[in-house]
Design a protein around this ligand. Structure first.
Ligand code: SAH
Length: 223
């Protein structure tokens, strides 16, 4: 490696081995997607060298790109086979969106901050993804037009599971969502079987707040 040049491929492989496989991420398709998607493209230029570190990074507007392990864990919990229609709430950097796009048929992603949505849209377009649509919207209301969804992923901390999201989840569908207070949450996997909603906790986590109706009030400010 030339002096000053960062070998991102090597960093990516190391991240997969040391942060994902070692912590129990087993889904082969998930691991392959993590080896492929160039995470450094989704972080601000001055933080690129840290793109593969084991923590979240700031992406501006008070928001973060989630820790790689958390992105992998949430993705694995969705049990994707390749044919799913997914609703993602909280596009942020667009990195998780790219991972989902690699592993499913189509992704609809909602982001409330216009600047982030535009940036993510541009990056995903430049990387050649054609199965992703990003909308600027309050994601706690879901996006009825394309519902029901096989999978729903929320990447901001909710105080409760927003009712519209349960309604827009397909029967036999899976939703992954962090639920808790402002400072810590539990990652929940919710499965819908007719009228029965099963919920289990997978992990403790810390996400920026999910803002809006069915979420936190905008005045919490760190959102
Ligand atoms: N998966 C993203 C996580 C970004 S952080 C990544 O790894 O980059 C969570 C994002 O959710 C933030 O960009 C925030 O603006 C957004 N968000 C919070 N509440 C929202 C809401 N009600 N609707 C849509 N997006 C929301």
């Amino acid at each position: 490696m030339r002096k000053g040049r960062v070998d991102y491929t090597k960093l990516r492989q190391r991240m997969v081995e040391e942060q994902l496989i070692s912590r129990g991420i087993k889904d082969k398709r998930v691991l392959t997607a993590f080896l492929k998607v160039e995470r450094e493209k989704f972080v601000p230029k001055n933080l690129r060298k840290e793109a593969y570190e084991d923590f979240p990074l700031s992406i501006g507007e008070g928001q973060t790109i989630s820790q790689p392990y958390m992105v992998a864990l949430m993705t694995q919990c969705l049990k994707l086979q390749g044919e799913e229609k997914i609703l993602e709430v909280g596009t942020g950097s667009g990195y998780q969106t790219a991972i989902l796009a690699e592993l499913s048929k189509e992704v609809f992603s909602l982001e409330r901050i216009e600047k982030l949505a535009h940036k993510a849209r541009r990056i995903l377009h430049n990387l050649g993804y054609t199965n992703v649509q990003i909308f600027v919207a309050n994601g706690t209301l879901g996006w009825e037009e394309f519902s029901p969804y096989d999978r729903i992923l929320v990447t901001a901390g909710a105080k409760e599971v927003p009712l519209p999201l349960i309604e827009q989840l397909k029967d036999e569908g899976i939703m992954v969502i962090p639920v808790g207070d402002l400072y810590s949450q539990k990652l929940k996997v919710i499965e819908k079987r007719g009228d029965v909603i099963n919920s289990r906790t997978v992990e403790s986590c810390i996400f920026v707040p999910l803002i809006g109706k069915y979420g936190w009030d905008e005045s919490v400010k760190n959102g």
